[in-house]
Ligand binder design. Structure first.
Ligand code: CO8
Length: 262
């Protein structure tokens, strides 16, 4: 495992890889190097069968990610801004296509591109001190890293419109209420909570977890009919796996399953 990234700290907690964005002096703002490092770190995860899940968090007590680096963006021309946004989107696609879950452990500010990184994860756990928002309108721009579209799909059109148009910053309890995050935990316990859930998932049938993730992500963008077809096919395919034989045999024999991901 490569762990010496310029802008990240990477460590394994059992089967779970913890990726910490490490620019605390600028509240972990995303510059092109962070996006490049995140892409490299998660490409490694995609290729490493020993990793059963991942958690993304931010260094320090105060911030998950306070957005894209405004200093790095201030002088960008449209072509550079497009390139930056495309890199961010490619990273979001990488997370969606991973066979393992990625959980955002939001330990403070998740603003702009930070809220968008959290939304690109499969789901979000938040510290009770977390703050979410898409304040790009304050800077004369809009979310450029999937914020408009993933937020819309996560919380619905009206809530997404209010957040993106007003630039309002909301607290963790409000994020929970509108379905932006799944769980709020005491400050200081959010990484532990996310690692715990990722560890539980890592103990399940790996092919089934990958299949459920793929069907849910793809199905979210389809009409109900084709989405249900996707589920039927994926369900049937799993009956060709050793994991399905093992999982059901283990249940019937009242013993724990020993999944191999085959
Ligand atoms: N970019 C660069 N530097 C930042 C950022 C940022 N997004 N956020 C904070 N910093 C820096 C501050 O400039 C400050 O630096 P210094 O100590 O040198 O003055 C340091 O971090 C600490 O910040 P503050 O002193 O401001 O801390 P406060 O506790 O007073 O305030 C806030 C915290 C409220 C989070 C405040 O820092 C803030 O409003 N930050 C900006 C939030 C924001 O607008 N984010 C959205 C940015 S735009 C965006 O994300 C668009 C994404 C689209 C494309 C992405 C493609 C990948």
């Amino acid at each position: 495992m490569q762990s010496n990234f310029e802008t990240l700290l990477v460590e394994d907690r059992g089967q779970v890889r913890l990726v910490t964005i490490n620019r605390p002096k600028v509240l972990n703002a995303l510059n092109p190097q962070v996006i490049a490092d995140l892409t490299a770190a998660f490409t490694q995860i995609a290729e490493d069968r020993s990793v059963g899940g991942a958690v993304i968090t931010g260094a320090g007590e105060k911030s998950f990610i306070a957005g894209a680096d405004i200093a790095a963006m201030a002088e960008m021309a449209p072509e550079q801004a497009k390139h930056f946004a495309q890199k961010g989107h490619a990273f979001g696609e990488l997370l969606a296509n991973l066979r393992v879950p990625v959980i955002a452990a939001v330990n403070g500010f998740a603003l702009g591109g930070g809220c968008e990184v959290a939304l690109a994860c499969d789901f979000i756990y938040a510290s009770e001190k977390a703050k979410f928002g898409q304040p790009e309108v304050n800077l004369g721009v809009i979310p450029g890293f999937g914020g408009t579209q993933r937020l819309l799909r996560r919380v619905g059109l009206a809530q997404a419109l209010e957040l993106c148009l007003s630039g309002a910053i909301i607290r963790a309890d409000e994020a929970l209420r509108i379905g932006l995050c799944n769980r709020v935990v005491p400050h200081g316990e959010v990484v532990e909570a996310a690692v715990k859930t990722a560890t539980v998932i890592a103990g399940k049938g790996p092919l089934a977890v990958a299949s459920a993730k793929r069907v849910l992500h793809r199905g979210a963008d389809l009409a109900l009919g084709p989405a249900n077809e996707l589920e039927i096919d994926a369900f049937a395919q799993l009956f060709a796996s050793q994991d399905q034989r093992e999982g059901m045999a283990a249940f019937l024999a009242k013993r724990p399953a020993a999944f191999k991901g085959e």
